[in-house]
Design a protein around this ligand. Structure first.
Ligand SMILES: O=C(O)c1ccccc1NCC(=O)[C@H](O)[C@H](O)COP(=O)(O)O
Length: 213
């Protein structure tokens, strides 16, 4: 099975089109006001109609308020809700049941012990996204281009399907796959020319770099 990729933090038509054209399996829209990639539900609605069947629309949220979550899922025609806050397994399971979407939970990783948080979500979510832990003082819980030591995943008994993110780019994606065994990668900063500014050539380069893995 080929390695698949989610291009996260898309906010323009041309960059979304590049992700789709070059083979992304998932496209991500960030619904978090403090993010440079933030999109409003009406922006997501305009982007969503450009996404063909077979490419999953993922909404990224941080402890979303219920009404906002509902409107974003509807506007973005989201198939996946990715949670980056303090959402409990119960909250994640409730989102999955209420909206009939896949739910992914981000688990921030710096040390091996951090991986243990994943098991609490077995039965509650569909996938764990191992992402680099951002500094406590950081404004964002993701999308900062930071990576963790992929060797921490070597030999780990994954309790759930999973994906790898954090500091990936075209130059390191093959190494990340080789070390971690990931079959689904999530990238944001590594395909940008500046925070929040996606680059069509970098998107193409990233997707080409994993096409033969
Ligand atoms: O991307 C953001 O701005 C963001 C904001 C708040 C919560 C999560 C966010 N991103 C989540 C992602 O899925 C990113 O793709 C992931 O953290 C990897 O980012 P990067 O290291 O920049 O590739």
């Amino acid at each position: 099975m080929p390695v698949r990729a989610k291009i996260c933090g898309l906010s323009t038509g041309p960059t979304l089109a590049a992700a789709v054209r070059h083979g992304a399996s998932h496209v991500g829209f960030v619904f978090f006001a403090r993010s440079p990639r933030n999109v409003a539900p009406d922006q997501a609605a305009a982007l969503a109609v450009q996404v063909p069947d077979g490419v999953a629309r993922v909404g990224v949220f941080v402890d979303p308020e219920e009404g906002f979550l509902a409107s974003a899922i509807a506007a973005g025609q989201l198939g996946v809700v990715q949670l980056h806050g303090e959402e409990t397994p119960e909250r994640a399971a409730a989102i999955r049941a209420r909206y009939g979407v896949e739910v992914w939970k981000a688990v921030p990783v710096k040390r091996r012990v951090d991986l243990a948080a994943a098991s609490a979500y077995a039965g509650a979510v569909d996938r764990i996204l191992y992402d680099a832990k951002t500094p406590a003082a950081a404004d964002l819980p993701g999308g900062m281009g930071l990576r963790f030591d992929w060797r921490l995943l070597e030999g780990f008994a994954h309790p759930l399907p999973w994906a790898l993110s954090g500091g990936l780019d075209a130059a390191n994606a093959a190494e990340a796959v080789g070390i971690s065994g990931a079959r689904l990668l999530d990238v944001s900063s590594g395909v940008e020319s500046a925070p929040g500014v996606k680059d069509v050539d970098k998107i193409a380069g990233f997707l080409q770099s994993i096409a033969q893995l």
